[in-house]
Write a protein of this length. Structure first.
Length: 321
């Protein structure tokens, strides 16, 4: 009897392993199909020139902070500063227009969501305890009524988690702009986030024009989206420019193409096991994206906005909301 039970347990464990391996294999094959052409860097640079109105202000709401080893987000063999500090942030970026309209890039997490997410990173990445700071809805307060659009760099729950709370009690829809890949081709890591968005009472999902490498965002002039892939099938890069007193600054919102700014500036990949097991990524596409963004930075003077690098965001000088 005991032997029969052990055999049954072994069969069940083998089935679970095979099922997980099949799921990972499918996810890796699926993301490798998301390798569309990237917009010419000069097109990205010149696109704002024909725009009548640009966003006039960029601020940030960081919903949680969590110090952790750089080796959790960068290949330690290629990290140029392995002993430098690293703090993972979970921000939402707030773009405002002259008439008061707000477009958010990502929605961060709620306090409760941050606690749960932080425990996972403590266990898997050697992180320190997370510090929940706020939620987008809490920090915006009455200004929630001015939010009319959202773009998610991708649909992982640490970027989407604050959206439902933002929706609660609003008397108008929020337009959610997605490329075809983000709207229609989730994988097991992004399907929960897509479900969150679809079930949010205020969400009005709009698929951006198919067949273009650089998408204008209707109703929010001066903001452009490009399908990225690499990290998730529906990963998106967002580009905009903000006029300043001395000069206009271009911003490229990279989402999780890299989790540390040095990943882009020095073309350092994420740890191998992360990209294989935790989040099935397309290594070749990510290499292409890192080099693309680095060239946009060095050759076209775009500021690179890496969502999860709090210290790099502070160096950029994006003010808090």
């Amino acid at each position: 009897m005991r032997r029969r039970v052990l055999v049954m347990v072994a069969v069940i464990l083998a089935a679970v392993v095979l099922f997980a391996a099949a799921g990972l294999t499918w996810a890796h094959l699926a993301i490798r199909r998301e390798r569309g052409s990237l917009p010419n860097r000069m097109v990205v640079t010149l696109a704002p020139a024909g725009v009548r109105e640009h966003p006039v202000r960029l601020t940030m709401i960081n919903t949680a902070s969590q110090p952790m080893p750089r080796a959790a987000v960068l290949d330690p063999a290629r990290d140029p500063q392995p002993n430098a500090p690293y703090v993972m942030s979970h921000p939402s970026f707030v773009l405002e227009w002259q008439d008061g309209r707000i477009l958010l890039i990502d929605a961060g997490m709620t306090r409760e969501g941050a606690v749960a997410f932080g425990r996972l990173l403590e266990y898997l990445g050697g992180a320190q305890p997370i510090q929940p700071l706020t939620s987008v809805a809490e920090r915006l307060g009455e200004a929630r009524a001015r939010v009319h659009g959202v773009i998610f760099t991708h649909l992982h729950t640490d970027h989407v988690g604050g959206f439902s709370e933002l929706c609660a009690g609003l008397d108008h829809p929020i337009r959610v702009f997605m490329t075809e890949a983000q709207a229609e081709r989730p994988n097991f890591t992004t399907r929960p986030g897509l479900t969150m968005v679809q079930q949010a009472p205020c969400a009005q999902i709009e698929t951006l024009q198919i067949g273009s490498t650089l998408h204008r965002v209707p109703g929010f002039e001066g903001v452009f989206v490009a399908a990225a892939g690499g990290h998730t099938p529906g990963s998106q890069m967002v580009f905009t420019t903000i006029p300043g007193a001395d000069r206009t600054t271009g911003y490229a919102f990279a989402g999780d193409i890299a989790n540390n700014a040095d990943g882009l500036l020095h073309n350092v990949p994420k740890p191998f096991l992360y990209s294989v097991l935790m989040v099935p990524e397309d290594w070749e596409r990510l290499d292409e994206l890192r080099r693309y963004l680095r060239d946009l930075h060095t050759g076209n003077n775009f500021a690179l906005v890496v969502s999860h690098d709090q210290l790099a965001l502070e160096r950029l000088g994006i003010p808090a909301w």
